[in-house]
Design a protein around this ligand. Sequence first.
Ligand code: FAD
Ligand code: SF4
Ligand code: SF4
Length: 479
Amino acid sequence: MTEKMLKFVSIEQGSPEKRDALERKADFDEIYQGYIVEKAEEQASRCSQCGIPFCHIHCPLGNNIPDWLNLTADGRMEDAYELAASTNNMPEICGRICPQDRLCEGNCVIEKDFNSVTIGSVEKYIADTAWENGWIKPITPQTERSETVGIIGAGPAGLAAAEELRKVGFEVHIYDRYDRAGGLLTYGIPGFKLEKDVVERRTNRLADSGIIYHLNFEVGRDATLEELKTKHDAVLIATGVYKSRALKVPGAELNNIHRAIDYLTISNKKSFGDAVPSFDDGTLNAAGKNVVVIGGGDTAMDCVRTAVRQGAKSVKCLYRRDKENMPGSAREVQNAEEEGVEFIWLSGPDAFVGKKDVKKVHAYQMRLGSPDQTGRQAPEPVPESGYDIPCDMAILALGFDPEDLPTLFDTPQLNVSRWGTVKVKHDTMMTNMDGVFAAGDIVRGASLVVWAIRDGRDVAACIEQYIDTNTAANAAAAE
Ligand code: FAD
Ligand code: SF4
Ligand code: SF4
């Protein structure tokens, strides 16, 4: 170990500067600045180089964190990038948007008395430095293979799988119904958490590596799954989960009540400079409105902070549990509060009120009762505590379920769970259809980018093994 390390006793934790709330409310740019070189080296040197690094154990990708922190502290940035990229296809993206407090940093052993090493910010610095210095090049496989793989979905799971499969020489085709690649990295997560050129340089690199995108191509509309299966030696389903959970209360059919995914997709499209009629005519634009977002997860946080940036008159977030029990990250709640969002904890809507357009949300105060099957205290309404909240635009951010893929893909034989997620065998990641694999949110249910990348990498190895086995069997049969 270099003598540069173990500095957590003398050097305090220092996260990258955050832009002032007033300034950042005026645009959709990221709110955190990057480290300068000295700061990155200094912060990396706080690591105590644990023999059993819990940060690494709790990173879904098993990143070699102590090693790349050590290299960063030594100023060996190209080596640090090589190592970071050996386990992660998008280190700069994870560095920006992983919930580090629940993963690597939350398990750093110096967390208790000294505050954890700022692992995510250093990871972002390493990969941003690599991009700036031109160290990240298109992939050139050592040999080209004749077999092809079709991937449905250009989100992080599909992209990570595509990259790994291309590295070993397969011809890779990605089909996506959107007009841009990236999945939720492009059209879900707002620019203030993840600027879009950060995603585009990754997707462009894959195109430069010979991966073929078929955009505006919806499987189910433009081809069936069986058709793709006949075209390719293996097919991967990586379609994510997009069916928004509904709120079944009186008035739910009124105008100006929107699904979070529609609202965020349109806002992201607008940030690209696209002409978007439903934004331009005011429908999905929060400017000048009293906005009420219902939900307590990260999607709700993204909606409230988007509404603030669009110039809403007021933005309120209604959540039926308390702050301690909300699923969204504490960091995002703090960012939202700084930007002027009002949180109404322990509050559950039971009706939307209005003639044609929503004018009010009627809600009850809630209290936390006995624990349910999951062990979480179930919220219950406090009798006679009903009250009204003025509302010109309501956004429902209550979570996502999978679409009905067997129907959509015209493959009733595709096995799905009772929640609609695609069932795969754990060791092969293959569905019950031969040569059809699945990965990412469509298997796990709504999850995280880092888990989608992990699944994409794992499924690529399974697909390679499947094709190799088939190729060997075909060769043997031909002899
Ligand atoms: P997706 O990213 O959803 O990609 C699936 C792709 O499949 C899409 O491009 C879609 O267009 C395409 N597709 C779907 N159906 C078809 C079809 N029939 N034909 C062709 N293409 C199809 N995670 C984090 O780690 N950190 C965060 O800060 C974070 N913030 C989030 C904010 C929001 C608003 C949301 C909704 C999610 C957030 N997540 C976050 C979760 C994360 O984005 C997902 O877990 C991750 O993107 C899942 O990756 P995926 O590749 O499985 O699916
Ligand atoms: Fe932490 Fe995510 Fe990076 Fe893993 S990928 S080290 S969990 S920020
Ligand atoms: Fe370094 Fe913390 Fe990981 Fe230990 S747990 S190796 S101190 S980052």
